[in-house]
Design a protein around this ligand. Structure first.
Ligand code: GLY
Length: 573
């Protein structure tokens, strides 16, 4: 080939490459404005999208995606950003679960759930009379498990990262160091928590100030910025060893906690086998143990499959009756059998075996309420404050990630000098297996405390494919309601063919076997309630159920929704 032809070809190749690389990228990635940002509830994007609990975290994700980062790169950046802008549940002091589906069609899950410290033991929350003292498993230093988030993000980065890690964590460092304006909801949350922050901390954290927080006040977290810089420089060693580890252990000593230097050094995040199953032609990819979420969702969807729920209609008495009865049975199984698979033998294959699952519905009579006392005994107990985000990138990589410090603002303990909140995840164990706790709930041996064991979770990050292509990314916080919220959202999308907006924002209900009640949100349809009450069910109104983040791909576009129940916000391009 002569030089001229070669140059022509090269120019053409270069032009085509540029078009391919830049053709579906925005001209100029727009930097995140920490002081001036809208909350975007609902939007449609052509290429890539993020939905998370905080607008700034979604914006960070969008910024990474616009620079050519993958959904996995963006997820790491969003996780760290949430640790700064959403102290309620975003974290480096907690744990979570990540479900990834790559453009090559592979599914992976990462378990970065917290673990019980090495000196934890089965009866550590029992008083001298043998009664469970839940104030210790719920608040303060003794409530914390060994955090997993930093190790989880490192495992994710080593497996999937394409951008420089330093760039992924930098937005979080900037937000912590230079500050950002808080939302009205965050201001209220911090004001509500002030007494606890003062009570459980020996050093005043950045979250406490003399005057009440107001909407649009600036929150600067200098200690947290330094911790994030140590992670930026040394990776997970910047957290589990050295200065940060020293600060955590000192904090434990000051407050009577038991996380040791060795516990931190020993923590490892794990890749687990994803749960993958078919539901009426859709491929559902979700999280397995030590989260119960995926297994319980698989059981429930398998149980409803033989019934024409799409003909019953959304929140008709037939649909609610069926869904409550499958929830009751699946939650009973969860209670009885599920725990950390590294410690207990969970009969996973049996629990999702079609014959077994269907046999669980043998005593179901349509349009009749059964009673939990006749189904099986046990307990489900979860705290509510967790957070979820969903991401799709321009190539069709998808990430569904749910992360938590358990209760709102976790244990309320902020590690002195390190600026981050520790989880109160120990409360997800059964403090006293086999005996009702002070709320009248029961626990079982499968989820009893043991050193190094992971507490059972309900987190249910989920991905859906249709005809081999990305269809939906779904997940939510909400403690024990996580599983039923994801279940309802899936049924809303796959059976009732709803828009993502409706699937997220329509009122939800929840049954968890014990107590034998249907919890409903305040705006639940009164007529539906009346009709279902007539079947023999008891209802109880409660606060919001879940804060679901959904991305839905229909007609080549991504419908992105941030739940109206919070500051949840979407971004994309
Ligand atoms: N802490 C809530 C859960 O893991 O399910």
């Amino acid at each position: 080939m002569n030089l001229q032809n070669h140059m022509k070809r090269s120019t053409l190749f270069f032009t085509i490459s540029l078009f391919l690389v830049w053709g579906c990228r925005p001209q100029q990635p727009v930097a995140v404005d920490a002081y001036n940002y809208p909350i975007v509830k609902h939007d449609t994007f052509q290429h890539a999208a993020v939905s998370s609990a905080h607008p700034l975290a979604s914006e960070v994700g969008r910024y990474i995606l616009e620079q050519g980062g993958t959904a996995m790169d963006a997820a790491i950046a969003v996780q760290y950003a949430l640790a700064v802008v959403y102290p309620n549940a975003g974290n480096i002091g907690g744990g979570g679960f990540m479900v990834v589906h790559t453009k090559e069609g592979q599914s992976y899950t990462i378990d970065f759930r917290e673990k019980a410290p090495g000196s934890a033991h089965r009866d550590m929350y029992l008083d001298s009379l043998g009664n469970a003292d839940l104030s210790k498993s719920q608040n303060g230093h003794l409530a914390s498990g060994v955090p997993g988030s930093v190790a989880g993000m490192e495992l994710a980065y080593n497996k999937f990262g394409t951008m420089d890690f330093k760039k992924l964590i930098q937005p979080a460092i900037d937000l912590a160091e230079k500050g950002f304006t808080i939302t009205e909801r965050e201001a209220k949350g911090l004001n509500r928590m002030k007494t606890d922050f003062v009570k459980y901390n020996t050093q005043t954290p950045a979250f406490v100030k003399e005057q009440p927080w107001q909407d649009k006040d600036t929150l600067i977290q200098s200690d947290l910025a330094e911790t994030l810089k140590r992670i930026q420089q040394h990776g997970s060693k910047g957290f589990y060893e050295g200065e940060t580890a020293r600060l955590i252990v000192e904090e434990m000593k000051r407050g009577g906690g038991i996380i040791s230097e060795q516990d931190l050094k020993d923590y490892v995040a794990q890749e687990r086998k994803p749960i993958v199953f078919d539901y009426k032609g859709y491929e559902i990819i979700t999280m397995g143990l030590p989260s119960s979420g995926g297994l319980v969702i698989q059981q429930m969807m398998e149980m409803i499959k033989p019934y024409p729920i799409e003909q019953y209609g959304f929140q008709s008495k037939e649909a609610i009756n069926l869904m409550v009865e499958v929830e009751r049975r699946a939650y009973a199984d969860r209670t009885e059998y599920m725990g950390d698979p590294d410690f207990v033998d969970v009969p996973v294959a049996k629990l999702v075996d079609t014959m077994y699952v269907r046999s669980r519905m043998a005593d179901f009579t349509p349009l009749q309420a059964s009673r939990s006392e006749h189904i099986k005994a046990g307990l489900v107990k979860e705290k509510e404050e967790t957070t979820h985000f969903s991401i799709i990138d321009k190539d069709g990589n998808m990430v569904s990630l749910t992360t938590t410090i358990n209760g709102a603002y976790g244990s309320r303990v902020v590690v002195g000098g390190a600026g981050f909140i520790l989880n109160n995840e120990m409360d997800d164990f059964s403090a006293k297996p086999g005996v009702p706790n002070k709320f009248g709930l029961l626990g079982t041996e499968a989820n009893s405390i043991a050193p190094g064991k992971r507490m059972l979770s309900a987190m249910s990050p989920t991905i859906v494919k249709k005809d081999g292509k990305p269809y939906a990314v779904v997940g939510t916080p909400g403690g024990s309601t996580i599983i039923t919220s994801v279940f309802q959202t899936l049924v809303n999308l796959l059976d009732f063919d709803m828009s993502a907006y409706d699937a997220v924002n329509k009122p939800k209900f929840h049954h968890q076997w014990m107590p034998d009640l249907i919890y409903i949100e305040k705006d639940f349809d009164p007529q539906a309630r009346k009709e279902v009450e007539a079947l023999g069910y008891v209802f109880k109104e409660r606060e919001n159920i879940g804060r679901t983040e959904v991305l839905l791909v229909r007609d080549g576009k991504i419908e992105a929704v941030g739940d109206n129940r919070g500051d949840d916000s979407v971004a994309g391009w």
